[in-house]
Design a protein around this ligand. Structure first.
Ligand code: NAP
Length: 465
């Protein structure tokens, strides 16, 4: 049998998940000029780009411009996209193993972490990541409901997702109307009565996970005043020592930005963002089944043996009156059919991107992973580029060593036949390009980057199906 990677026998690769990690992996593979690669990319949604379409905030269009690079990858004649084809739903792992030499799982982290406190399931207590998917027009979240009739909301967590949610809750309808936020979300946010949003961090400003440009942006929003209790804007002595010892310039800059914001006087703004540091929710309090307040405990920091500063509860409790709570404490990966998985970390078991057996830690020949489902939900979009490169390097090493799958179906038409049988209504890249074009055209009429289709049915109808 010819060696995979030649024109007689192209290396056939399946990429499961059309987000940034999948596209960066495809880009790295196509850059190899000594091997001929054919890539089929699958996504359970009809549209590509994962969190770039369904996670990046609608008012951050510059970040979304990365899709131009992905589009370039997709123009390669050896690239195909099969949208609306889900692993385990429309195609099995065994079928993939029988059609490809190598498989890369890049399915991201579609779930989120719970606080695990009483009251978390009350009406008005939500997952920030669900809210993000909802306002971004993710078809699975079209029917979710968020009660925005409350005046005061709290967002738990100090990451960039928390900042995104706070910005979207705090922007004026006029600002939101210039973005590609889902139409139904724009309507709901127009009616929103939320005027005060609390950002609650269990540690201090020195440990915050948000990045400095994001926090500066919060301080520049139209019609929003930001408050930070002065004693909480100032790092405690352990944090200050750590910042100086580690010469943490980014951390020191963050404190400077926060202090500057804290020093500002209200200038007639009708909305407020309150930063609160060193507090943890211990209970969400309800009345008649819905959120009315949160019980918070004040934390102090202590140094672990490793030197990390962790939060520890004091005996000081307070009640914060809020009618809405969003937990924003991190995404979580979900297992994929029978692929080895670490449920605690929410990642596929892997070493440098090679999927490994749970007991022996031996590589599973031909199966790889990249992105959040490989390393956990951290980093920005660009972080996926070196991450995917690490995986692709392993794939190339294994190819060189003859360690690939030996699929019985090697023709690209065989896969197409399989998909047409399993999922005749799949979406190709050309279908996506048409959807993209229509969404952008609709946006032109209303001064927006695009007007998104909110359901798969609408997308299919737009394609004349
Ligand atoms: P993240 O950056 O990991 O932040 C999670 C936050 O939740 C941290 O402040 C963490 O505090 C806190 N937390 C965790 N468990 C908690 C608990 N039990 N109680 C209270 N707080 C808790 O996660 P993320 O915000 O979901 O973002 C995911 C990734 O996407 C990040 O790398 C982020 O930078 C990136 N992202 C980037 C952008 C952008 O570039 N604009 C936008 C959105 C997301 P501790 O530090 O104390 O653990």
């Amino acid at each position: 049998m010819a060696k995979p990677g030649t024109s007689a026998c192209p290396l056939r690769v399946a990429i499961i998940g059309a987000g940034p990690a999948g596209f960066y992996a495809a880009e790295h593979l196509f850059k190899q000029d000594r091997i001929i690669v054919e890539i089929d990319m699958f996504d359970r949604l009809p549209t590509p780009f994962g969190l770039v379409r369904n996670g990046v905030a609608p008012d951050h269009q510059r970040i979304k411009a990365v899709t131009r690079i992905f589009d370039r990858t997709a123009t390669n004649p050896r690239f195909r996209f099969f949208g609306q084809v889900g692993l385990g739903r429309d195609i099995t792992r065994a079928q993939l193993r029988d059609h490809y030499h190598q498989i890369i799982y890049t399915t991201g982290a579609p779930s989120d972490r719970n606080l695990g406190i009483p009251g978390e399931n009350l009406k008005g207590s939500y997952s920030a990541t669900d809210f993000v998917a909802w306002y971004n027009g993710h078809p699975d979240f079209r029917d979710y409901e968020f009660d925005l009739s409350q005046k005061r909301a709290a967002v738990v967590g100090l990451g960039n997702v928390a900042v995104d949610v706070i910005r979207i809750l705090s922007r004026t309808p006029e600002e939101l109307a210039q973005t590609d936020i889902a139409d139904y979300a724009l309507e709901q946010l127009r009616q929103s009565r939320v005027r005060e949003v609390y950002m609650l961090g269990r540690r201090g400003p020195a440990q915050a996970a948000f990045t400095n440009p994001e926090i500066k942006e919060l301080g520049r929003l139209d019609d929003v005043h930001v408050t930070i209790p002065p004693e909480e804007a100032t790092p405690d002595s352990l944090s200050q020592q750590a910042l100086e010892r580690e010469d943490d310039r980014v951390g020191l800059k963050r404190i400077e930005i926060l202090k500057e914001i804290a020093s500002r006087q209200r200038a007639g703004q009708s909305r407020t963002i309150h930063f609160r540091f060193l507090v943890s929710p211990v209970e969400i309090l309800g009345s008649s089944g819905r959120v009315r307040a949160m019980r918070l405990v004040k934390n102090e920091l202590y140094a672990t043996d490793m030197g990390t500063l962790r939060p520890r509860a004091t005996d000081r409790l307070e009640e914060l009156k809020v009618g809405l709570v969003f937990r924003s404490i991190g995404y979580k990966g979900l297992p994929l059919s029978d692929i080895p998985f670490n449920p605690k970390w929410g990642v596929i078991l892997n070493e440098k991107g090679r999927v490994v057996e749970p007991e022996s830690r031996k590589p599973v020949v031909g199966e790889y992973t990249a992105g959040w489902i490989k390393r956990g939900p951290n980093g920005v979009i660009g972080t996926n580029k070196p991450d995917a490169l690490e995986t692709v390097s392993c794939m190339l090493e294994d190819l060189e060593a003859g360690l690939t799958l030996k699929p019985s179906h090697q023709g690209s038409s065989d896969t197409e036949t399989l998909i047409r049988r399993n999922r005749p209504d799949y979406f190709s890249y050309a279908d996506w390009q048409r959807i993209d074009e229509i969404e952008r055209e609709k946006g032109l009429h209303s001064g927006r980057p695009r007007v998104k289709f909110a359901t798969v049915e609408e997308m299919a109808a737009a394609l004349g199906r």
